[in-house]
Design a protein around this ligand. Structure first.
Ligand code: HAM
Length: 419
């Protein structure tokens, strides 16, 4: 038997109900903040991600799905959206059309990570990129949107963590301080952290090894080495979150795994999804657009993992979206009326009434069972004495009330649904 690829999963009809509910809510909240949707291709030239995300990151170093097409061009399935959105922003000169571009997306992403609960190889993100503002209020806005979406889904066990990693020069100073602090502790660090010491020292904060964590807990903190502007911007972010009533904590170890960040970084974590607890993450990336060949444009954004959010919802018993009930089930009492029933079902569907009908010539009892399974609001019977009198018998499945409706009076059936 051929099975789905490890780390991918089918989203079956019962789950799709949750996905569409979440996607609609996401679109509603982004629209409320005047964001416009952007869609980009599933694959891009590999160098976009290598340059955009950073050669030394885990994503570029070991997680990308990269392949050559028949012309020998190296392509990569997108592991994240920020680089793609920036590419599209530059390619279509979106900054010339509008000084501020507030964009959102919902899209599959691909990373060859070790699959576990909440971690997949094809997963889905929704997210936002705000291009063209250096105001820290824009940072606060994206954090507020992310939080608002999660809370609107009914999630409660959430922690908003924020940090500022400053501009590159301040960060370089801090890296020197950190290097000095870690120099004599190097033999005690894990092999992975030793490599990070050489290549990407800030990422040692992401180590899950107990001893590494202990060592990093006493490390100097980045916020003590920030430049004036980053510090005052960070202050504005905190004040804006306070005024919006968003609870947050400052976490100086929040460095994030992608290289493009400057100043604000943030994550929202759930206490209910085990080790893959980050439901979303993001931050400011003022230099990326220039690095990818565009004119200097400050930007900020975030992305959230839909599978993880749905897992958190399940574990918190959060939202139970109204699952699909149907309006009408047509029960055929006399088998020779099946074509008449079919004609009626077409008429009702034309009037946007959700209708189901039996094609298997089943007994009335079996059809009623089916109507219950689909949670039909009404059952319409075709046949029997009423039909001979020129009427349908319609049963309200909630109250049990029955009424007769003349066969030609479709408009009064539609009126039951205001359609
Ligand atoms: P990221 O932290 O790599 O950031 O991913 C954002 C979110 O995507 C994570 O918090 C997690 O919920 C979800 N996610 C990541 N990898 C997986 C996986 N293998 N399986 C399931 N879910 C996953 C970014 O992608 C940045 N582009 C965010 C950003 C936008 N920063 C600025 N703008």
């Amino acid at each position: 038997m051929i099975r789905a690829i490890t780390g991918t999963k089918d989203i079956l009809p019962n789950d799709v109900i949750k996905w569409t509910y979440l996607e609609q809510l996401v679109k509603e909240i982004f629209t409320n903040f005047n964001y416009k949707e952007i869609r980009t291709p599933i694959f891009e030239e590999t160098q976009l991600f290598a340059r955009g995300i950073g050669e030394e990151t885990d994503i570029v170093g070991k997680e990308m799905y990269t392949f050559s097409d028949r012309s020998g061009t190296s392509l990569t399935l997108k592991p994240e959206m920020t680089a793609s959105v920036v590419r599209a922003f530059i390619e279509h000169s979106l900054g010339k059309l509008q000084t501020l571009n507030k964009l959102f997306y919902i899209s599959p992403m691909f990373r060859q990570e070790k699959p576990q609960a909440g971690r997949f190889r094809q997963f889905h993100q929704f997210g936002a990129e705000v291009l063209g503002s250096d105001s820290p209020l824009a940072d606060a806005e994206v954090i507020i949107i992310a939080y608002r979406i999660l809370v609107s889904l009914g999630l409660k066990d959430l922690r908003v963590k924020i940090n500022s990693i400053g501009i590159p020069s301040a960060r370089e100073n801090y890296k020197t301080v950190l290097r000095n602090y870690l120099k004599d502790k190097l033999p005690d660090l894990t092999e992975e952290s030793k490599v990070r010491f050489e290549k990407n020292i800030l990422r040692i904060f992401d180590s899950k090894a107990e001893n590494d964590i202990k060592i990093m807990q006493n490390a100097p903190i980045i916020t003590d080495y920030l430049d004036e502007q980053s510090l005052s911007d960070f202050q504005v972010v905190k004040e804006a979150l306070n005024s919006a009533g968003i609870p947050f904590e400052v976490d100086p170890s929040l460095v994030r795994g992608l290289d493009y960040y400057t100043k604000t970084t943030f994550e929202i974590v759930s206490g209910k999804v085990g080790s893959q607890s980050a439901l979303c993450g993001g931050g400011r990336y003022d230099l990326l657009i220039n690095e990818l060949g565009g004119t200097d444009t400050p930007a900020v954004g975030f992305a959230a993992g839909i599978e993880r959010i749905l897992l958190a919802c399940e574990n918190e018993n959060a939202f139970t979206p109204d699952d699909s009930s149907i309006d009408f089930y047509i029960v055929v009492i006399e088998k020779n009326l099946d074509k008449e029933a079919f004609r009626l079902s077409c008429l009702l569907r034309e009037n946007r009434i959700i209708t189901e009908i039996d094609y298997s010539a089943r007994s009335v009892k079996a059809q009623m069972r089916e109507a219950n399974k689909f949670k039909a609001k009404f059952v319409l019977f075709i046949g029997g004495d009423e039909y001979k009198e020129g009427c349908f018998n319609i049963k309200n499945m909630e109250t049990g009330d029955q009424k007769k409706v003349p066969i030609n009076d479709i408009s009064s059936i539609c009126a039951m649904f205001n359609k």
